[in-house]
Design a protein around this ligand. Structure first.
Ligand SMILES: [Zn+2]
Length: 267
């Protein structure tokens, strides 16, 4: 129970992240406008990237921090499981271009080799969530092993990004009352299964991703497949065209209380 952070704490963390980002952007723009050229000269590698990415990044974060009332607005949450992996950078680039946030259900064992990506997810307004350390069937583990899968992953994500996940997704959707109690976090399932892992077909991913979601749905994708990542720009464009606002899972449930161990499929 002590691991569960309150919604208020999470909102505060999000506000902090947004604030930190804005604060980080300020010196960059000051440096650009300022007369002191030595400042632009020194960080030659970091400055162009930062100058290029900061405005967009700030907008995505602002969009994520913005209160969207998904009781009224037609919201949908895109979720990406099992990463980060070698295609995740491309996905983050595309989401930034489209200015939409997503939720990443991260495997703890993948954080170590992708710390920069995990940090970037948080900085760009995405939600970082727990998908266990090594993707086991939690129903086959002891309570202690379940707790270890969860806490190790939360610690790794916190260490890389500064953000502690408040939501988790059990691998394969395999859970029960006992696992729910041991997990101690809201369990986020899904209401649209794209089966992207099975078909590995860009056109199919686009078709299913655009046409299937209804208001309040949680859409399951996997960012470890190139065919999934390649489909996302068209999925996002298509959903926007259908009038959807893309939100994180926490935004989707804003105003509703998610219980530790509770199961959530859609808003
Ligand atoms: Zn998974």
């Amino acid at each position: 129970m002590k691991r569960v952070r309150s919604a208020a704490a999470l909102v505060a963390a999000g506000a902090l992240a947004a604030g930190a980002l804005t604060a980080a952007g300020a010196p960059a723009s000051a440096a650009t406008k300022g007369p002191d050229d030595s400042r632009t000269g020194a960080p030659t590698v970091a400055a162009p990237g930062a100058a290029e990415s900061t405005p967009e990044t700030t907008e995505v974060t602002a969009a994520a921090a913005k209160k969207v009332d998904c009781a009224k607005v037609k919201c949908v949450a895109l979720t990406f499981d099992d990463g980060p992996g070698k295609h995740t950078k491309r996905l983050l680039d595309d989401l930034r271009k489209a200015k939409v946030p997503a939720t990443f259900f991260i495997l703890g064992q993948n954080v170590g080799g992708n710390r920069a990506l995990v940090k970037r997810m948080a900085a760009e307004g995405h939600e970082l969530a727990n998908h266990t350390w090594s993707h086991p069937q939690l129903t086959q583990l002891s309570d202690a092993a379940v707790r270890s899968q969860i806490s190790r992953t939360n610690k790794a994500i916190k260490a890389a990004s500064g953000v502690t996940p408040r939501l988790m997704r059990p691998p394969y959707g395999a859970t029960n009352a006992r696992v729910g109690r041991a997990v101690g976090m809201p369990q986020i399932m899904w209401s649209v299964d794209t089966l992207d892992w099975k078909y590995r077909d860009v056109a199919r991913n686009v078709r299913v991703g655009v046409n299937t979601p209804r208001k309040g749905d949680i859409v399951l994708f996997h960012d470890i497949h190139s065919t999934t990542v390649a489909a996302i720009p068209k999925v996002v464009a298509g959903l926007k065209k259908r009038g959807f606002t893309l939100v994180t899972v926490s935004q989707l449930y804003a105003g509703k209380k998610l219980k530790p161990g509770g199961l959530y499929y859609k808003r």
